[in-house]
Design a binder for this molecule. Structure first.
Ligand code: G3I
Length: 375
């Protein structure tokens, strides 16, 4: 076992031990809010995690926080560990908002994951100009290493790079033409992962992207570009340890083929990578307006997807991008908003924090998943 693999092994054991302890802790926890053990407990029983994205702006909503503490065994910041939240002022790293989220996880026996060390969005206003004026690699490496080091030993995994491929842009390598690519070329990918590892020797380092889940040629092109990029990173000894599928799904209007997804996940696993479902929600625009029928279609899509994803032994857990329809990014997107003004119904709990068919679908998916052995 190489040193890197041993460290990842140790890191994986620590994460698995934390998950197992949560199962115990959760079992002593009453599960109010309806019948059945919470999702965090059902996932932990199988050596998986279930988590949610949230943000400090919601911390005044106590009933919401109680639902998060009940259902989730992991938190990922929707905003607070992005560069525009940490380094608004060049050279001044402010972790205060992220630490508030981290403190919540300590209070409720939850794991914490970081999102994202490097992205083409949500960067501070000063950064793009700096990259253009004098593209110094330290603009990338110093920040990534410093943030990873700040959270060293406290994070289950990091999305090191988010959304770096975009075959529709026409590049032969399928990479997205971003300010990072313009400044440093494709090697920016390697720089980011090495810089993250320099900050934290053990944390699971993840590449995260969207629209990898569907059949049809444009999505196959995305999968091929991601696989090609990951193969290159692995061949150069870059410390990438996992692939994050955002899984922003849709209940209507997309073609899902379980065999295609199963094959893709098998290719990723064959590279020795872990798989994380990092931002699951199911947009419900485009179907019948009746809420009960929308809810069932959303649940069916979630279950069809998770049955494939969780059957792959290298899948280590699932996060939904939010917990309740009361707070979802999809309420602010034109394409996902209902023309009749109905709120989106895309997450496990409804706006009144009641469990929906999607919650039942996730519960069945965790209950039916094979047990994971520690990494
Ligand atoms: O609260 C801050 C405020 O303090 C700050 O001064 C202001 C400066 O712009 O931003 C405010 O934060 C907003 C933040 O959400 C918290 O609500 C940002 O304006 C807003 O851009 C940010 O949007 C987030 C978006 O990513 C961009 O970072 C969404 O909440 C978040 O749901 C969305 O999540 C993305 C994933 O990171 C990547 N995958 C797609 C997913 C959905 O778009």
């Amino acid at each position: 076992m190489t040193l890197m693999r041993r460290r990842e092994f140790v890191g994986g054991l620590a994460a698995a031990a934390l998950l197992a302890s949560q199962a115990g802790a959760a079992e002593t926890r009453p599960s109010p809010g309806g019948e059945g053990a919470p999702l965090r407990e059902r996932a932990a029983r199988k050596g998986l995690f279930y988590g949610v994205a949230t943000k400090t702006r919601l911390f005044s909503d106590v009933p919401f926080l109680e639902a998060v503490a009940r259902e989730a065994g992991m938190l990922v910041p929707e905003w607070e560990t992005k560069r525009n939240a940490i380094e608004k002022v060049r050279g001044v790293l402010d972790f205060s908002a992220a630490e508030r989220l981290f403190a919540f996880t300590r209070e409720h026996g939850m794991a914490f994951r970081g999102h994202t060390l490097l992205w083409h969005q949500s960067n501070p206003d000063w950064l793009e100009g700096a990259l253009t004026e004098s593209p110094d690699e330290r603009l990338l490496t110093d920040y990534v290493t410093a943030v990873a080091a700040h959270f060293r030993g406290r994070v289950h995994s990091w999305d090191v790079i988010n959304e770096a491929v975009n075959p529709a842009s026409g590049r032969e390598d399928g990479l997205r033409p971003t300010a990072w690519l313009k400044a440093f070329g494709p090697r920016y990918l390697d720089l980011a992962f090495h810089a993250a590892r320099a900050g934290d020797p053990d944390v699971l380092l993840v590449y995260n992207d969207y629209d990898l889940e569907w059949a049809l040629p444009p999505y196959e092109a995305r999968r091929r570009a991601v696989l090609r990029m990951l193969e290159g990173l692995k061949a150069r000894g870059v410390p990438v340890g996992g692939l994050g599928l955002q899984a922003h799904l849709r209940a209507f209007g997309r073609t899902f083929d379980a065999t295609i997804l199963k094959g893709f996940l098998a290719e990723v696993a064959a590279m020795g990578l872990k798989i994380l479902i990092t931002e699951l929600d199911v947009a419900d625009r485009g179907g019948p307006s009746d809420p009960a029928r929308r809810d069932q279609a959303v649940a069916d899509m979630a279950e069809r997807f998770l049955d494939v994803a969780l059957d792959q032994r290298e899948t280590v857990g699932v996060l939904t991008w939010g917990l309740t329809d009361r707070y979802t990014w999809l309420a602010s997107r034109e394409w996902s908003r209902w023309p009749d003004g109905q709120p989106p119904r895309v997450l496990p709990l409804d706006a009144d924090l009641r469990r929906k068919p999607m919650w039942e679908a996730l519960a069945r998916a965790f209950d039916g998943a094979p047990v994971r052995k520690p990494a």
